[in-house]
Design a binder for this molecule. Sequence first.
Ligand code: MG
Length: 388
Amino acid sequence: MKKETGKRHIAILGSTGSIGTQALDIIRRHPERFEVELLSANRNAELLAAQAREFDVNHVVICDESRYEALQDALRDTDCKVFAGTESLCDLVAAQEVDIVIGAMVGFSGLRPTLAALEAGKIVALANKETLVAAGALVTKCAAEHDAPILPVDSEHSAIFQCLMGAAGNKVERLHLTASGGPFLGWPREQIAVATASQALKHPNWDMGAKVTIDSSTMMNKGFEVIEARWLFDMPPERINVVVHPDSIVHSMVEFCDGALLAQLGCPDMRQPIGFALGFPERLETGGRKLDLAALGTLHFEKPDTERFPCLALAYEAIRRGGNLPCALNAANEVAVKAFLEGRIGFYDIPRLCESVLNGVDFAADPSLDGIFETDAQARRLAAQSIR
Ligand code: MG
């Protein structure tokens, strides 16, 4: 592999998704800073091949092995080496040539490659929140043991991370995560109950992948972000507050003992947090719009309604009870969201399924990695049974 000095060598896990393509947008603007070593995708071989050509990438991995030949054919006349499967991905992220790994896979599938990157001491820019939801204790322990920094890419956690740079060693009393409230914020419960997937996919402010957009509509996304914040910032859940902020301008806040709040503001554009993680500690020009506060005029805040959005309360319950329950919640939610997207269940079946799995799964207070995988499998079985 080639290695030019002075450049950051990047691996993107999930390069064809929303976060992956936006990360490549930023890298495209700063060719003097970055070299793309490795790209991986789940099954979009066409886009992955096009990205590999454009960025002259050394290695690509397609996780869905049935797409291997298509990818191999598409890159036959290049020097790019083509691999398939998660095991290959875990080996390649650990390679010496990789400096930063952008974890942008969707769901539980990101856990193994993220751990492989951390074990190899890589800087991990983490967008894949499900990894921390399912195995936050193991992932943060692994990062600490291998001196591998986790830089948040989720906009709220990036905001908190940026605010903490102004803490100057002072203890943080509370974290305030802002939530847009999603497309159903003002809707009555009866109307939400019959909402379709296409309605749920219309997020008012953020342009994101399908899984996280559905999670935003149920507010499970915000619940997962509470769990993510618990692990990233070592903050107990009772000191993590969620406030609905439909404008999506204040990306989150930290509160100190004197009542001061530090906030990070900006237009809702994922390129800001992605760019911040890629360039850290330097800020990069990302091509995003600049905020015009006078044009905006007003910012709005309100309390979340857990009657209409019970997933938020379920996530708090899972992290309070702890152990393997957040993992079970994540697995149940992945199954439920898939079924909802396919039109097989209704909107409120998502929290109903998740709650029944939380109550039905075998509890483990301090699960090993194998235990996490067992919980994930059991929770998926229980969720699938409950759909039938
Ligand atoms: Mg977020």
